[in-house]
Design a protein around this ligand. Structure first.
Ligand code: 5GP
Ligand code: ZN
Length: 145
């Protein structure tokens, strides 16, 4: 990691970036990192984060948001082309009232199923890790340059 990268030692996503806790990584580039959510709403639920720690969208500089959105699009396309959900929502939460639980800015790529009746506060239930690992591999091979 670059020496000028801003990290918060208490932040779970910074710990993933540091390699201190494991993640099913999908993609990374200079500014961004994409990985599977371990409490998925549906198959293929992924998260996109900047390598710098910024708590929410208010604090995130536009030169960080631009590559973040580029990677979000890249991952959304790969999920559509591999998992083929009925639809995809892109979601980003700011503050407890918006059900933000990790204060390192992130975009959810939320695959949707017809009739899943998903709520904005969908509740966190641990997924099956072997299944998430299989899905991650399907998505990885569908990522385009
Ligand atoms: P938020 O509620 O802040 O919008 O979303 C945070 C997301 O991070 C949740 O969907 C939650 O499942 C996910 N999450 C929390 N801790 C971990 C973790 O240690 N690893 C992974 N892969 N995802 C996590
Ligand atoms: Zn962080």
């Amino acid at each position: 990691m670059g020496e000028d990268v801003a990290r918060d030692p208490e932040c779970i996503f910074c710990k993933i970036l540091e390699g201190d806790i494991p993640a099913y990584k999908l993609f990374e580039d200079e500014h961004t990192f994409a990985f599977m959510d371990i409490n998925p709403l549906n198959d293929g639920h992924a998260l996109i984060i900047p390598k710098d720690h910024h708590p929410n969208i208010f604090d995130t500089p536009t030169n960080v948001l631009a590559p973040l959105m580029e990677t979000t699009q890249r991952i959304a396309r790969a999920i559509q082309n591999s998992i083929a959900p009925d639809g995809i929502n892109i979601l980003q939460a700011n503050g407890h009232g918006a059900a933000q639980s990790v204060f390192h800015v992130h975009f959810h790529v939320l695959p949707r199923k017809n009739g899943d009746d998903a709520k904005l506060n969908w509740g966190l239930r641990p997924g099956d890790m072997d299944h998430i690992s299989d899905l991650a591999q399907q998505i990885r091979v569908a990522i385009k340059d």
